[in-house]
Every structure is written in structure tokens, then in C-alpha cells.
Design a protein around this ligand. Structure first.
Ligand SMILES: [Cu+2]
Length: 466
């Protein structure tokens, strides 16, 4: 019995069958015969012809790029290099991170269902690594778990992975060797497999979410931090350095959102109700699609969000409000409602130019940073930043914009500038008097402490019974 036959008997074949069932269910009436190669084919058997490049909408990796390949005897050959990279999160914050081929995240690997891929991985780090192909159905020995499915790739060595793509969907790659360090340092990438049948998608965006502990004044992320991260990123960039998602009105847009951070992120989209159409398990049958405006993308998950673009500038962001902020001091005393004027004078004797922050909220902080009055420590970013057409945006971290216009050419991804709302569709000021109008306001009578005691029978019992 051949090894392939054995694998098939052990259930590898049934996994591939399940994948093909899913693919059929995704679009049953139009494409009843999805031709997925049989899992028990010998490795040398010719694969059915793949779709040529250009017959699908290429993925647009925000701030990123797609790895070119060489076609060698029908096999798509890619070459990843694990290495240290100089990375800019946003102007003003640069760090030595780890990634692939000069960037974090690494370049997106893009292929088509039915392709056979050969991926060389060269290790230019100072420690061993591997690459795990997250969500891809493949033979056990190609799964990339160091010490389990393969020997580690030592510094200077190159390993080769080779497998056939028997599915389509939004997938990822990352090390499965000293993961705590290597992922924290930025090693990750997207692995997108297009389906064999044509999809009605006009724009196809993808990004990976991550968190970083880049302490102020330091130049390397701290991998030991578990919760108090400083930077929250889409494709290793923070707002306002994250590219906008551009579309023409009426186009169908997909956003593939992957999460290799240490937190779950509720991803919220303004302007539309999107459909969640799949994840790293592939495209879901239509009956499973869900209509949402916020979708939690859990750690290690990918979600595909699809919508029809409507004109405007719309926010796309994580709804954990600390995740749409730049670096912030953790565990600092809360100063909201505290008059700090006397303290401010005292501190200014030691730190000229010091300005107490936060009596009426944090908005003031963003304003001072924008004016250059609060430079902050070296190599760090403001907590709230970004200048919009109508004032400061007061954001940071996992925040970007979907910019939809009526007059864009297909495939034009250039930032179209700010949206101008028609006057009748624009919220506007009609008074500057706090007493304007007679809005109904509720006055709540507070309960006096003595009444609390009397109203509490247990308290009364304690009082009388001693
Ligand atoms: Cu978040």
C-alpha cells in the first residue's frame, strides 16, 4: 500500500472531502461541480489546470504586498526569509521587529485552489524557527510545528515545504517555534487561496491584527507582556498610518480580518451592515451568513466581511476603545474631575512646560500633542491623533477609513481625499448657548446616608441586636 493510500485510509481523504463539500455548499446552483483534487492522488499526479492569474480580484493587503512566485514545472515556488526588519508603526515610532522578506507582516502568499505550492523558508534570525500554515489542509509533516512535525530550521538553514491547495479561503502563516517571542516580534502573514470558480468581488482587502509592547524610549517590542500593550495595529501599522479601504459606490467589497494578537477584537464598520461570509475554515454556506455591524474576530481566527459600498468616509475600527488609542500610561491615577491647577504650578518648577491633563477628559491631550506642546518620550506616538477635515479625529491604533466615491475607476486604490457631505446631510451647529431649548432632563434625588441605614433591615437588626 502506498503512503498516500495509507493516509487516505487514516482519514486524510475525508478531510479533503469535507472541504470540497463546503466549497459546493457555498454556491450550489451555479457551480455544482467544484473540481477539487483527490487527496489520495500521488504527489506527482498532474493537478487540474488552475485558474490563471488575472481571473480573480487580487487581494489588497493594507500597507503590505503580495509575494511573487516562480512557476517551475507547474508548481508555484515562493521563498520566505525570516529576518529582523526595521519597522515604522507610524511616523515617529520605529522599532527593530521580526518579519519576513523585509516586512512585518510578511508578504501575502496568494494562490488558487488546486495549485501545488513549494515554499522555501530561509532562517536569517539568530534562533531556530519554523512556519505553520494556519488553516491549510496538508500532510502532517508539512504542518510546521517545531519538534513535532519537523526539525527546527536553524539559523542560516533553508527548508522546503510542498503541498497542494485543496480548499479556498483566508488563511495565515506564522512560526510554531518560540512563538511567544517570534509572534510578539511581528512574524506573521496572510495566505489567501482563491476559489476555482469566479467570485463576484470587486475589491478584496486583507489585514492582520496585532498588539505590541514597545515601551517608550525603547527600540524592540517586549515579548513578555501579556496584557498592557502600547500599540494596536492593522498589518503592523497604527492610525493614521493605516491605508484607507477605497471603493466605488455599489462595488462589492470583502475585508478579510485575521487576528494573531493576544486579544479578541470586535471589528466595527460604519455606514453599512456587512455579511460575515466565512473564516479560516473557508467560505460558509450561504444559509450561515450573518448580517452584522460588529464582528468579534477571536485570537487565531479570520473573518470575511462583505458589503456593498455606499458613498462617504466611514470608520472601520476595533470597538475596544483602548485599542483605538496610541501608547498610553497604564495604571496612572484618574484625573477626570480633579482641579490640578496648584499641582501643575509645582510640577512646572521641575518640568518647564508641564501641563496637567484630563480634568475634563482626554480630548485636551490630543490638542496639545497636535500643537507640538507635548512632545512625549523618544520613539513613541501620541495617544490620540489624526486630523480630519472638520477637526481632530482623536484616534490611534486599530482605526482606519473606508472611503467610497461615485466616480472612482475600477482598480483605483488611491486615497481620494476627504468626503464632502451635501449641506442637507451634514450635522451642524445651531446654537452656542448651553441653555438652548428646553430639553427634558431627569433630576435624581440622592438618598441620604441615614435613610440608607433605616431602609436596610439587616443594618437595623445589627444596630438593635448589637
Ligand atoms: Cu481590539
Amino acid at each position: 500500500m502506498s503512503r498516500r493510500h495509507l493516509l487516505s485510509r487514516l482519514g486524510w481523504g475525508s478531510a479533503a472531502l469535507a472541504a470540497s463539500g463546503l466549497a459546493r455548499a457555498a454556491d450550489p446552483p451555479a457551480h455544482p461541480h467544484t473540481s477539487i483534487p483527490k487527496a489520495d492522488e500521488p504527489a506527482s499526479a498532474p493537478l487540474p489546470p488552475s485558474r490563471p492569474d488575472g481571473s480573480y480580484t487580487p487581494v489588497r493587503t493594507l500597507n503590505g504586498w503580495t509575494l511573487p512566485y516562480k512557476l517551475v514545472n507547474g508548481v508555484k515556488e515562493f521563498h520566505l526569509v525570516a529576518e529582523e526588519v526595521e519597522h515604522e508603526f507610524a511616523p515617529g515610532s520605529v522599532a527593530k521587529c521580526w518579519g519576513y522578506n523585509g516586512s512585518t507582516p510578511g508578504p501575502t502568499i496568494e494562490a488558487v485552489e488546486g495549485d501545488r505550492v513549494r515554499i522555501y523558508v530561509t532562517n536569517r534570525l539568530g534562533e531556530p524557527t519554523t512556519v505553520h500554515w494556519h488553516g491549510i489542509l496538508l500532510p502532517s509533516g508539512m504542518d510546521g510545528v517545531g519538534g513535532l512535525s519537523q526539525r527546527h530550521i536553524q539559523p542560516g538553514e533553508t527548508y522546503v515545504y510542498e503541498f497542494s491547495l485543496r480548499q479556498h479561503g483566508s488563511h495565515m502563516y506564522h512560526p510554531h517555534a518560540d512563538e511567544m517571542t517570534q509572534i510578539a516580534m511581528g512574524m506573521m502573514g496572510l495566505f489567501i487561496v482563491h476559489p476555482r470558480q469566479r467570485e463576484a468581488i470587486d475589491r478584496d482587502y486583507a489585514f492582520l491584527m496585532h498588539n505590541w509592547a514597545l515601551h517608550p524610549g525603547t527600540s524592540r517590542p517586549d515579548p513578555s507582556v501579556m496584557q498592557n500593550f502600547d500599540l494596536w495595529t492593522f498589518n503592523s501599522k497604527t492610525f493614521p498610518a493605516i491605508e484607507p479601504l477605497v471603493a466605488r459606490s455599489g462595488e462589492r467589497v470583502r475585508v478579510r480580518v485575521g487576528n494573531l494578537s493576544m486579544w479578541n477584537h470586535p471589528i466595527h464598520m460604519h455606514g453599512v451592515r456587512f455579511e460575515v461570509t466565512g473564516g479560516d475554515g473557508g467560505r460558509w454556506p450561504r444559509a450561515q451568513w450573518r448580517r452584522e455591524v460588529t464582528e468579534i474576530v477571536g485570537v487565531g481566527q479570520v473573518r470575511d466581511l462583505e458589503f456593498v459600498a455606499v458613498p462617504g468616509d466611514w470608520a472601520l475600527h476595533c470597538h475596544m476603545s483602548h485599542h483605538t488609542m496610541g501608547p498610553m500610561g497604564h495604571e496612572i491615577p484618574n484625573a477626570i474631575g480633579v482641579d490640578q491647577s496648584g499641582v501643575e504650578d509645582e510640577i512646572r518648577k521641575l518640568l518647564p512646560g508641564y501641563m496637567a491633563m484630563g480634568k475634563d477628559g482626554m480630548s485636551e491631550h490630543g490638542g496639545h500633542v497636535a500643537m507640538g506642546m507635548l512632545p512625549g518620550p523618544d520613539n513613541t506616538l501620541p495617544m490620540m491623533t489624526g486630523e480630519g477635515p472638520l477637526g481632530p479625529l482623536e484616534m490611534g491604533g486599530m482605526f482606519t477609513l473606508i472611503k467610497v466615491r461615485d466616480d472612482l475607476a475600477p482598480g483605483d486604490y488611491r486615497d481620494p481625499g476627504w468626503y464632502r457631505s451635501p449641506a442637507r446631510e451634514q450635522a451642524r451647529r445651531i446654537s452656542s448657548d448651553p441653555d438652548f431649548g428646553s430639553p427634558v432632563r431627569r433630576t435624581v434625588a440622592l438618598t441620604a446616608p441615614a435613610e440608607v441605614l433605616q431602609a436596610d433591615p439587616h443594618a437595623a437588626h445589627r444596630r438593635h441586636g448589637g
